[in-house]
Design a protein around this ligand. Sequence first.
Ligand SMILES: Nc1ncnc2c1ncn2[C@@H]1O[C@H](COP(=O)(O)OP(=O)(O)O)[C@@H](O)[C@H]1O
Ligand SMILES: [Mg+2]
Length: 298
Amino acid sequence: MAILKIENLVKNYGSFQAVNKVSFAVHSGEIFGLLGPNGAGKTSIISIITTVEKPTAGSITINDMKLNQHEKKAKSIIGVVPQEIITHGYFNVEEILNFHSGYYGLINNTVRINELMKKLELWDHRHKRVRQLSGGMKRRLMIAKALVHSPRLLLLDEPTAGVDVELRYSIWQLVKELKKMGVAILFTTHYLEEAEQLCDRVAIIDKGQIQKQGETTTLIQKLTSRHLTLILKNKIECSHPALINYQNNTLEFRVPYSKEMGKFLSELNLQRENILDMKIREGTLEEAFKYVLNQGEL
Ligand SMILES: Nc1ncnc2c1ncn2[C@@H]1O[C@H](COP(=O)(O)OP(=O)(O)O)[C@@H](O)[C@H]1O
Ligand SMILES: [Mg+2]
């Protein structure tokens, strides 16, 4: 079920078009990755979904409600972790989570708040003021804030940018847990390896436009090739068009996913006994991304 549906979204800042006819949907229990270079329009899209910015054109539907007609109700099921850490220096962690629950009419939210503080390792720091927290703890607090009202749609704008390995890993675990609970998750990231591991589907966005979108594995298969390396005992003549490198007795081929490996090997006319070793490296989302942005070749 689509929790978030975006259709032909346009955002102009003055005469500059930051978002150009963007359409995609995010379903319950799905992690959707919005991937693109700096300035692609990712944060603009998130800001429109959270009503911080008004769209120039297009429609946003949240859980079957048009955002512009049911703003308050729609926003009550959205949680957002913004790209920029917003600090409220003088309040402590527990107070902030209590205030934030109040925005959603949750007056006595102690059970949920305690659970989140424990899960996000903020429990021992709950009486610290925000300005006393490290960058990583602030990020955890932003995530806890986004979750106080158990949202059905979670928007994470580069949540792992600049965080250490441990925190990155715990954010991944949390996102996976929320997915299992049926939360729809929209995730923007620069880290393509992370997107490849986490996202069920991705959209690659550049200059405000979605260039490609689809299931992560399908996109990789469509847009990249696997690399086959053969190490031979004895040198052979090879002029196969898929050959991209031949050094000493090592041949490297770029084999499209559309080609069966068995068929490909027969085309090489090799004697099996001549193969000392053989390695296959799968295509990556990073390669697909570079290909889409014309920074690389298949
Ligand atoms: N409030 C604004 N006024 C004018 N231009 C903006 C504003 N916010 C973003 N932009 C521009 O819109 C483009 C997209 O920005 P943004 O959505 O932040 O991209 P991303 O999050 O993908 O890096 C950029 O060129 C940015 O400079
Ligand atoms: Mg951004």
